[in-house]
Design a binder for this molecule. Structure first.
Ligand SMILES: [Fe+2]
Ligand SMILES: [Fe+2]
Length: 287
């Protein structure tokens, strides 16, 4: 939403204008009080000026400002409603074709919340990981694999290891996901939630050392939202059973995450993971 006017600028103009008009009127009115002392003249001057200025400010600034704040609030509510609506549609789309179970989505969402909140407690990324941003990141997390809608069914549902060629096709899902989300981003309203989802979907297979895909991004160039998603997603993949493998014991999975700190994963996110290790195990047991 674009502001129709700047209320502070308007307040300045109104103040200057009403003081000038007020002073001119007072200079005209004061002599009619007859000869008065300079102190009384100042008191009358201030009283008259106040009487003139307050209603003018009330009418030209306070009232429009109240309306402006109301419109702003309404616009924010509309954006949130649109974001949630969009999220519902995209979630349904992602779930319709995902080969993962619904509980993978729930678990990874909870892991993301644990990691992001821990990083916040640790005082890391204070400019990014605000309460509101974390809330949006958690909402966006289920969309990380939305690009799988563009992958052929026979690959998605294959009960066994993928061939090199199939894996190559599968590796396009981050870019497909990113492009789906870019299209759903509104042109006139920047939806923060969708922007976060774009980062997560596009970069959740990047690795800290630059050996990931699709862009081989390295280190802090990978958005922090995606670095968090990666740890959550890999941990869940490790502890979950697949048709072709048994889920790893949590101890082994934790060691795998820790030993890949600085190669596959952001060391800071791994630090948060270590602090949240027990909660990860609880989530894995519960869902
Ligand atoms: Fe993925
Ligand atoms: Fe996943």
């Amino acid at each position: 939403m674009t502001a129709k006017y700047n209320p502070i600028k308007r307040l300045n103009y109104v103040l200057i204008a009403s003081i000038c008009v007020g002073e001119a009127l007072i200079m005209y009115v004061l002599p009619s009080f007859g000869p008065i002392s300079s102190l009384a003249s100042i008191v009358i001057d201030v009283a008259l000026l106040t009487l003139i200025t307050i209603p003018v400010i009330q009418l030209l600034v306070v009232k429009p400002m109240k309306k402006y704040m109301h419109d702003l609030e309404f616009a924010e509510e509309t954006i949130t409603a649109r974001e949630n609506q969009m999220l519902g549609v995209l979630n349904a789309l992602a779930e319709a074709k995902d080969n993962e179970t619904g509980s993978h989505i729930i678990r990874t969402q909870k892991y993301v919340a644990l990691l992001a909140n821990r990083l916040k407690i640790m005082g890391e990324f204070p400019d990014i990981l605000t309460e509101d941003h974390i809330e949006k990141l958690v909402k966006a997390a289920p969309l990380h694999d939305i690009g799988k809608v563009g992958i052929p069914d026979h690959i998605l549902t294959k009960q066994g290891r993928l061939t090199d060629e199939e894996r190559e096709l599968m590796s396009h899902h981050p870019l497909i996901g990113e492009s789906i989300l870019v299209v759903s981003q509104s042109e006139e309203i920047e939806m923060e939630l969708i922007s976060i989802a774009i980062k997560v979907a596009g970069a959740h297979h990047e690795k800290w050392d630059g050996t990931g895909y699709p862009r081989r991004l390295k280190g802090e160039v990978i958005p922090i939202e995606a670095r968090i998603m990666t740890v959550a997603d890999v941990y869940d993949a490790l502890v979950s059973s697949r048709p072709y493998k048994k889920g790893w014991p949590t101890e082994k999975a934790c060691n795998e995450i820790i030993s890949n700190s600085g190669t596959a994963f952001d060391p800071m996110v791994v630090k948060a993971f270590i602090a949240e290790r027990e909660n990860f195990e609880l989530v894995a047991q519960q869902y």
